[in-house]
Design a protein around this ligand. Structure first.
Ligand code: PEP
Ligand code: MG
Length: 314
């Protein structure tokens, strides 16, 4: 399978009955964009832009960021790039931003909450992304959004920048990684162009288990039916408004989860580059009705273990 998957890595992934699912790559650095394309990625589904900020002793200026993002656009040759705005704070401090000590950093000032307190930083980043994109497709999304209020605050900044630096092909979306956002997806879908589900954090916040907890990792399974119901709500809300939905958390490359995600209607899976060929191969084994059947079966289970067992024997 590995050999066959490798041979077909540059082909689109379609189920046997012709339903297309895009497969993109998650990148932690623009230096890996060419490698992602070589491995068959149809674009970048998640650029974790933190690296640009962490690699410098102080905030990277506009020119530095433009140069950095341009590298990814150049390597992608017109394929779309989904960039997440700076996602630090809490447990991921930036040396040059003094932040107060927090008792619960995962519930603290992080993601969009943090960048909204530094609008000039967010604005510079948006300007750099739009400038680097030029005529090439760019999708920008905000991390850790909890409801439409935060999205609107980010969008107001974005609109200001976009009025000055017009990128030709741009969409503005939201990461769905806080349960409140999945539950309120119908309101967000009216204003956001797309959703990308971050199953790592979505699982953490749904199950109330620290995603890095050494003793609880066995219980922190993203294939939990509660998480699947939130994904279902998100996809239904998005499609009702004609928006697309990706999954950019680890669940997207879990072989047991792929049929379920396809069956739930997810339009794009963004996974680590080396997994792209196998994820495409897994999609090709499916039919859409079968995937829907497996998704319905998974949604009916009471625990993650029961989901895995039901999928195993289905
Ligand atoms: C996620 O939370 O699933 C995600 C993709 O973002 P990160 O892992 O960078 O928090
Ligand atoms: Mg996350």
């Amino acid at each position: 399978l590995r050999q066959a998957a490798h041979g077909r890595r540059h082909e689109e992934a379609r189920t046997q009955d012709g339903h297309r699912v895009e497969v993109a790559a998650n990148l932690g650095s623009t230096a890996h964009a060419a490698d992602a394309v070589e491995r068959g990625a149809e674009g970048v589904g998640l650029l974790r832009t933190e690296f640009v900020f962490m690699a410098h002793p102080q905030e990277p200026d506009l020119a530095t960021q433009i140069a950095e993002y341009s590298k990814a656009f150049d390597a992608l040759g017109g394929r779309p790039l989904v960039a997440r705005t700076l996602d630090v704070g809490g447990d991921k401090p930036l040396a040059y931003w003094p932040m107060p000590q927090e008792d619960n950093p995962f519930l603290g000032v992080r993601g969009i909450r943090l960048t909204l307190t530094r609008p000039e930083v967010l604005e510079t980043q948006l300007r750099a992304l739009l400038t680097a994109a030029g005529t090439r497709p760019v999708r920008i999304m905000f991390p850790m959004v909890k409801d439409i209020e935060e999205f609107r605050a980010g969008k107001a900044l974005f609109d200001r920048v976009q009025a000055q630096v017009k990128a030709a092909d741009v969409q503005l979306g939201v990461m769905i990684e806080v349960p409140s956002c999945a539950l309120l997806a119908p309101s967000l879908a009216k204003e956001a162009d797309f959703f990308s589900i971050g199953t790592n954090d979505l699982t953490q916040y749904t199950l109330a288990i620290d995603r890095g907890h050494p003793q609880l990792s066995a219980q922190s399974d993203a294939l939990h039916p509660s998480v699947l119901h939130l994904i279902r709500l998100t996809v239904e809300a998005a499609h009702a408004e004609g928006r697309w939905v990706g999954v950019c958390g680890e669940l997207g490359s879990d072989p047991q989860a792929i049929p379920v995600l396809v069956g739930l209607g997810v339009d794009e899976l963004s996974v680590s580059s080396r997994r792209v060929p196998l994820v495409k191969a897994r999609i090709r084994e499916l039919t859409l009705p079968r995937a829907r059947e497996l998704a319905a079966l998974a949604l009916k289970q009471p625990t993650a273990a029961a989901v895995r067992e039901a999928l195993e024997t289905a």
